[in-house]
Design a protein around this ligand. Structure first.
Ligand code: DGL
Length: 271
C-alpha cells in the first residue's frame, strides 16, 4: 500500500471516540480510517491503570498490524494512563496522538492562568494528568470524576431526562460557577455537550478534544493527505469491535445516522 494511503488508527473503549473519528474524517475526508471500539472491556473509566495499559497496548498492536500510519488514542482514560505503553507498542516510526495534549495546547492559547474545570472518568481524574498539565499552564483546576456519564451515553441515554439529571447532579457544585472554561475530559461527553452547556452559567466555554485532535494531526509529518483526491480504499472507514454488542451498533448508527458495518476482533491480552 503506498504510504499516503495507510489508514489512521483510532481507538476508544466504545462509541465516545467516534466524536474524535468524525472530526478527523471531516478534516481528512479521503483518508482511510480504522476505528477500534474495545466493547469487551468498557467502561475503561472504572478499570485499574494496569488493565487499561494492557488493553491499550493490545489494540495498538492490532492497529499496527493493520498497517496504520498514525495511532490516535481517542480515549482520555487511556491517554492519561497508558500513553507510554501505546508508544512502546506503536514503535519509533508510528506517531501517537493522545486526546489530552491537544486540549492543553488549546487551553494554553486562550485560557492560560485562568480557572479551568475538568470532568472525566474516575481513571482519568485519578491519574491527575489533566490537573498536572493545566497547573503547569498556571491554571487553577477544578476536577471532578463523573463516572456514570460514559456508561449512560453508551446505553443511549443522552438528550433526555437521565443524562440531564446526571449532569445536574454532577455539576451542582459551586466551584463550577467560577470557572472560565470546562474541559470535557472524556470523548463520550461531546454527545451531551448541549445538556452540559445548559447546566452551566452563561459564558463558560466548553472545550472538547475532537477539534483539537484533528488539528494536532495537521502538525504531523506522517504522510497524511488533507483535502487530497479520493483514494481507493475499501471501505474508507472500517469499524472493529472486540465484542459485537447491540449497544455499540445502535450507538454508532445513531451517531452517524446511517447503518454501520462492524467487524469483530477478539483482543489477545491474556485477561
Ligand atoms: N471515552 C473514554 C474516555 O475518554 C472512555 C470512557 C469509559 O470507557 O469509561 O475516557
Amino acid at each position: 500500500m503506498p504510504e499516503a494511503m495507510r489508514p489512521i488508527g483510532v481507538f476508544d473503549s466504545g462509541i465516545g471516540g467516534l466524536t474524535v473519528a468524525r472530526a478527523i474524517s471531516a478534516r481528512f475526508p479521503n483518508h482511510p480510517l480504522i476505528y477500534f471500539g474495545d466493547t469487551a472491556h468498557l467502561p475503561y473509566g472504572e478499570k485499574s491503570p494496569e488493565l487499561i495499559r494492557r488493553y491499550a497496548a493490545s489494540i495498538t498492536q492490532e492497529l499496527v498490524g493493520m498497517n496504520c500510519s498514525v495511532i490516535v488514542v481517542a480515549c482520555n482514560s487511556a491517554s492519561s494512563n497508558a500513553l507510554a505503553e501505546v508508544r512502546d507498542s506503536a514503535g519509533p516510526n508510528i506517531p501517537v496522538i493522545d486526546v489530552i495534549h491537544p486540549v492543553i495546547q488549546a487551553v494554553s492559547e486562550r485560557f492560560m492562568g485562568q480557572s479551568i474545570g475538568v470532568i472525566g472518568t474516575r481513571a482519568t481524574i485519578d491519574s491527575k494528568w489533566y490537573q498536572r498539565l493545566l497547573e503547569n499552564q498556571g491554571c487553577e483546576v477544578i476536577a471532578k470524576a463523573t463516572p456514570l456519564l460514559a456508561s449512560a451515553i453508551e446505553e443511549g441515554f443522552y438528550e433526555g431526562k437521565v443524562s440531564t439529571a446526571l449532569i445536574e447532579a454532577y455539576l451542582a457544585d459551586d466551584a463550577f460557577s467560577k470557572i472560565n472554561a470546562l474541559v470535557l475530559g472524556c470523548t463520550h461527553y461531546p454527545l451531551i455537550s448541549d445538556e452540559i452547556r445548559k447546566a452551566l452559567p452563561n459564558g463558560i466555554e466548553i472545550i472538547d478534544s475532537a477539534a483539537a485532535v484533528a488539528s494536532a494531526l495537521d502538525n504531523l509529518n506522517a504522510s497524511l493527505t488533507p483535502g487530497s483526491e479520493a483514494v481507493e480504499a475499501d471501505p474508507l472507514r472500517k469499524f472493529i469491535v472486540s465484542d459485537l454488542t447491540k449497544s455499540f451498533q445502535l450507538g454508532a448508527e445513531r451517531f452517524f445516522g446511517a447503518p454501520v458495518v462492524l467487524e469483530e476482533r477478539k483482543l489477545n491480552n491474556r485477561t
